[in-house]
Design a protein. Structure first.
Length: 162
């Protein structure tokens, strides 16, 4: 469709109410629900996300469209995410009926692929900075960029044979 731009995620940091850290380089984590919003236009999505340091946040996201109000008028899709520390989530209507304290409902996310500490992430889009890749042509792994754990030559968790 002419005039249509691909979806964008803009991270606005106007007076953050918590200590959630957004990545300044290399984008944000692909497991963050803000990206799923593009697959569910018009729906409000929620997520309990846990950072590598163990802090948990509650996110509410939705895709919105600007423009496109006429034949061939330019249109752009955006995703909006509002979040808070998990301890405040019970105050929000979007958290009603959700098992906020259930560990199975938590999505582990990171700051961004280049600086993420999670070595077993199957959604990693880039190799981690500072990590040495564990390349073995005789092994297959569910993670796209396996790294050598703790400087040892043994493969990281999640590697499987064949």
């Amino acid at each position: 469709m002419q005039g249509r731009q691909p979806g964008h995620v803009r991270v606005a940091r106007a007076r953050p109410a918590s200590d959630f850290h957004f990545s300044r380089l290399g984008g944000t984590c692909p497991l963050w629900t803000v990206y799923e919003a593009f697959s569910a236009p018009g729906r409000i999505l929620t997520q309990v996300a846990e950072m590598p340091d163990g802090k948990r946040y509650f996110w509410v996201t939705r895709a919105v469209t600007r423009g496109g109000f006429g034949h061939r008028a330019p249109r752009a899709d955006f995703a909006v995410a509002l979040g808070c520390e998990l301890r405040h989530a019970h105050r929000l209507v979007y958290a009603e009926g959700l098992a906020l304290d259930d560990p199975r409902s938590v999505t582990p996310i990171g700051l961004g692929c280049r600086i993420c500490e999670r070595q077993d992430c199957a959604q990693r889009a880039r190799p981690p900075a500072g990590g040495r890749l564990a390349v073995d042509p005789d092994r297959r792994t569910h993670v796209p960029y396996p790294v050598v754990a703790d400087g040892r030559s043994a493969p990281p968790p999640g590697l499987s044979g064949g």
